[in-house]
Design a protein around this ligand. Structure first.
Ligand SMILES: [Mg+2]
Length: 216
């Protein structure tokens, strides 16, 4: 039995919604200023998000109105969900993005682990209710551990595209990385076995092929 953990921005969606929002609403070069400390683990992904959303005071409705026409869902996502339903594979979206935009693009009922954002003069971010990460503990690795507790013995499959997906990819049983993404490069450099894909049909095909091999 398999368990799927799927990143949202840049994986389920082709565009990264937070990047779109920051490109539109931050009046400084956030890539040059904010990414270098994140790349060398000087700040956590959560702190990066807190920093990037703090200067923004547009409402949820304004942000959604801006991003909606720009965002495409990666082809085959419905097929992947259908395949998982048919095989009773649990699917959970594990995202370092914000709940309000994730839920605006996903079918209802899909389980999501992500940060929460609330506009109180400026955007304030929080971890899921009750979760306090220890220093150096990674949010997505925590989510993987939670799911493994809930589904012991399941093969954990991680699907993602970004730097923030690399630590959890090292702990997952199999990894699918968006073709030519940062995650694909980091896995290649770090010797983490992974399969690259562009549309989710390729993931379905790979998972079905494996299943046949196991059952033979
Ligand atoms: Mg991503």
């Amino acid at each position: 039995l398999k368990l799927l953990l799927v990143d949202f921005d840049g994986t389920i969606t082709i565009e990264d919604i937070t990047n779109l929002i920051w490109d539109r609403y931050l009046d400084f070069d956030w890539r040059a200023e904010m990414l270098p400390p994140f790349r060398v683990d000087k700040i956590s992904h959560f702190d990066l998000m807190v920093q990037g959303y703090k200067p923004i005071n547009a409402t949820e409705a304004e942000l959604l109105e801006y991003v909606r026409p720009l965002v495409r869902i990666r082809p085959g996502f419905e097929e992947l969900l259908q395949f998982c339903r048919e095989n009773n594979y649990p699917v959970v979206v594990v995202s370092g993005g914000l709940d309000f935009y994730i839920k605006a693009f996903l079918p209802p009922g899909l389980r999501v682990f992500c940060y929460t954002g609330k506009l109180n003069g400026y955007w304030q971010l929080s971890m899921p209710e009750g979760l306090v990460l220890e220093e150096g503990q990674n949010f997505k690795v925590w989510a993987l551990e939670e799911m493994k507790k809930e589904y012991p013995g399941y093969e954990a499959i991680y699907i993602g595209d970004g730097r923030n997906d690399f630590p959890v990819s090292k702990s997952a049983d199999s990894v699918f990385a968006v073709k030519d993404s940062t995650l694909a490069r980091l896995c290649a450099e770090g010797g983490v076995y992974h399969t690259e894909f562009t549309v989710f049909e390729e993931v379905v095909e790979a998972l079905s092929a494996k299943k046949l091999t196991y059952e033979r």
